[in-house]
Design a binder for this molecule. Structure first.
Ligand SMILES: Nc1ncnc2c1ncn2[C@@H]1O[C@H](COP(=O)(O)OP(=O)(O)OP(=O)(O)O)[C@@H](O)[C@H]1O
Length: 622
């Protein structure tokens, strides 16, 4: 097997089929082996063999060993690398497998397949010349096992020389070439995953003295190229976001850090999210106010019945805003019982101004980071509700309705009311700093309106910054008007009905208000009207099943069966008309059930109704 010019590898090689790593001559690669043919190769050949020859195997890349040894062999990659197994480690966990450490010697091509089981054996042709190492010491080597013995002697001798080098300097000199070879092998392994086919030839040559004389690889440069496009696009967005100078500076700094970070780093995603938010925020984007006081009055009147005092004050506020656009404060706070229309007035104000509307529910908020956000060092940190709201509406001058400010809580995580102080103070809020953003955002263009059920629980410092407008409850007459002007038309529309299909007379509304609801606002009333609409919608959808009633005198009459009222109960000759369905007292009882409250004795004043109301028929008060 020995030739004058080089070392010959055996012409028959057992083949290890791999699909993950690529073994190159001179490099040392670790392979994990758990498929049947490869396992047989290790147990029958590597572990049983006693000669050095038995440790030489061929490694075929790009070929997966089938899962069962009964399966057919896939077509083999034509070129492989002969290697010497320098280490075999077996383990049973999580399943039986071996880990092989193989050092590549030279390339070969498969000429014919000799056997497929229990492991693959093939006739191979050596492609590279495997040259002898010239002994630095110039000593002759006695070959015990042909060329392979000679090769192993070389390895052995190199190791012995390192061992024999007593002085540190000498030991470095001997060990350094070995280490360089190892490092170059590892670099090449990484490089082969991306390398183009034409450069492949250059790296595979085995030369004397230096195993891989390849050009210096710069792996870092390549990584940068991959995410280059992404960060460049982000940088363009950052520069085009019209943000403040301070914010731009922070963003560019973060961008520089991002460019240096590998994508797999957890901080990469955090920085990326931060920059995405900064780009999305409406730093300089606003809607144009289209305020016309007359139109505003009409709109407010159309949307809301009664509430004269509140509407007057809102109009005053809007008028001053029209005259002085840079009006600072005051913050209006509507205080009143539930369901009196505080939120809906806020929505109307946004509509009259032509601004975006965003509601921030503060009920139960007891952590100040809900308002101000978390610092970015926290896991899962987020911006606060104010910044989130701005991101949602996409403009910097929306109407923000801070709903239920009286229900703010307090906890160990800080006092959210204190955080709101800065938000609501016109002197400070032009430089509101959310912890997550860590740069100031100008909130002075935002129109804040607050709502509360009572002033008693609003922290004094917060109350001091707001102008309280009381919204009292409605009288029965006002409720009837609100129902007929707003609630019934709204509910009909929401349920796809028309006034030609459903009519609720005034005395039915009075009945609902007096016997089924007992509240200062109109929310329950709206719900009851909704319930009536649903019941009628079912009947309309069913198409008013016609019931033929056999009359006593033998004449057949048609009758519209409504609300499960027994036909016999209806007066013989007064069958109700087909449309509209009119909700009378009987229909009301059928849909809403028996009345919950007894009607007030007429003539008594309304005050104190709730105290005296006694639930009828053992029912709970709604
Ligand atoms: N004066 C009114 N005119 C017309 N609709 C009204 C009036 N008052 C209340 N409503 C209607 O009542 C419903 C409840 O109103 P809204 O949600 O604004 O009440 P709220 O006072 O904000 O209650 P809460 O304090 O529970 O949030 C809405 O559908 C609203 O349109």
């Amino acid at each position: 097997m020995t030739s004058g010019s080089g070392i010959q590898i055996p012409s028959r090689l057992p083949l290890l089929l791999t699909h993950e790593g690529v073994l190159l001559p001179g490099s040392t690669v670790r392979f994990s082996v758990d498929s049947p043919r490869n396992m047989h190769l290790v147990s029958h050949r590597l572990l049983k063999g006693t000669s050095l020859k038995s440790t030489i195997i061929g490694v075929i890349p790009n070929t997966r060993d089938p899962e069962h040894d009964t399966d057919d062999l896939p077509s083999l990659h034509k070129i492989g690398t002969a290697g010497i197994a320098v280490q075999v480690v077996g383990s049973n966990w999580p399943k039986p497998h071996y880990t092989l450490l193989i050092t590549g010697l030279c390339r070969f091509s498969v000429t014919s397949l000799l056997k497929e089981r229990p492991f693959v054996l093939a006739e191979v042709e050596q492609l590279d010349k495997l040259e002898q190492y010239t002994s630095p010491a110039g000593e002759g080597v006695t070959a015990e096992d042909g060329e392979l013995g000679e090769l192993s002697q070389k390895f052995h001798q190199a190791a012995i020389q390192v061992l024999d080098a007593v002085s540190l300097e000498e030991r470095f000199k001997k060990a350094l070439p070995m280490l360089t070879r190892q490092i170059e092998g590892l670099k090449l392994l990484q490089k082969t995953r991306k390398i183009s086919p034409d450069t492949e030839k250059r790296v595979l040559s085995v030369r004397k003295g230096r195993v891989f004389p390849v050009q210096q690889l710069n792996l870092d440069d390549e990584d940068e190229d991959d995410d280059g496009d992404d960060t460049t696009a982000l940088e363009r967005k950052v520069r085009g976001a019209n943000m403040t100078e301070a914010a731009l500076k922070v963003c560019l700094k973060e961008l520089r850090r991002l460019k240096k970070m590998p994508q797999s780093m957890p901080e990469y995603a955090l920085t990326r999210n931060y920059l995405d938010l900064m780009v999305e925020l409406p730093w300089n984007k606003s809607t144009k106010d289209c305020l016309d006081i007359r139109a505003a009055r009409t709109l407010l009147d159309n949307d809301h019945y009664a509430m004269d005092k509140l509407k007057r004050r809102v109009l005053e506020y809007l008028a001053v805003r029209q005259l002085k656009t840079s009006l600072k404060g005051p913050i209006l706070c509507f205080v009143g019982p539930p369901g009196v229309g505080k939120t809906s007035v806020g929505r109307s104000i946004a509509r009259t101004l032509g601004r975006e509307f965003h509601r921030i529910a503060l009920g139960g908020v007891c952590d100040q980071s809900d308002i101000r956000g978390h610092r970015r060092t926290y896991v899962g940190s987020m911006p606060g509700r104010i910044i989130n709201g701005l991101k949602t509406v996409g403009v910097n001058n929306p109407v923000f309705l801070l709903d239920e400010v009286d229900k703010l809580g307090k906890s160990l995580q800080g006092d959210p009311a204190a955080a709101l102080l800065e938000v609501l103070d016109p002197e400070q809020n032009h430089s509101f700093t959310d912890h997550y953003l860590n740069v100031a955002f100008d909130l002075s263009q935002v129109l804040f309106i607050a709502t509360a059920n009572a002033t008693a629980t609003i922290p004094p410092a917060l109350l001091d910054r707001m102008e309280v407008l009381q919204v009292p409850g409605y009288t029965q007459e006002e409720k009837v008007e609100i129902a007929h002007r707003h609630l019934i038309p709204n509910q009909l529309e929401q349920h796809g009905l028309t006034p030609q299909q459903l009519q609720i007379p005034q005395n039915t509304t009075t009945d609902i208000i007096g016997r089924y609801t007992r509240e200062a606002g109109v929310r329950s009333l709206e719900r009851k009207i909704g319930a009536i609409c649903r019941a009628v919608a079912v009947k309309v959808a069913e198409g008013h099943r016609r019931v033929e009633i056999e009359m006593r005198d033998g004449v057949q009459r048609r009758h519209w069966q409504l609300f499960n009222v027994k036909p016999s109960v209806l007066p013989d000759k007064a069958a109700p008309p087909e449309m509209p369905i009119v909700i009378d007292h009987t229909a009301l009882k059928d849909i809403l059930g028996p009345p919950v409250f007894e009607m007030e004795v007429s003539g008594e004043e309304e005050l104190g109704q709730a105290d005296r109301a006694a639930p009828a028929d053992n029912q709970h008060v709604l």
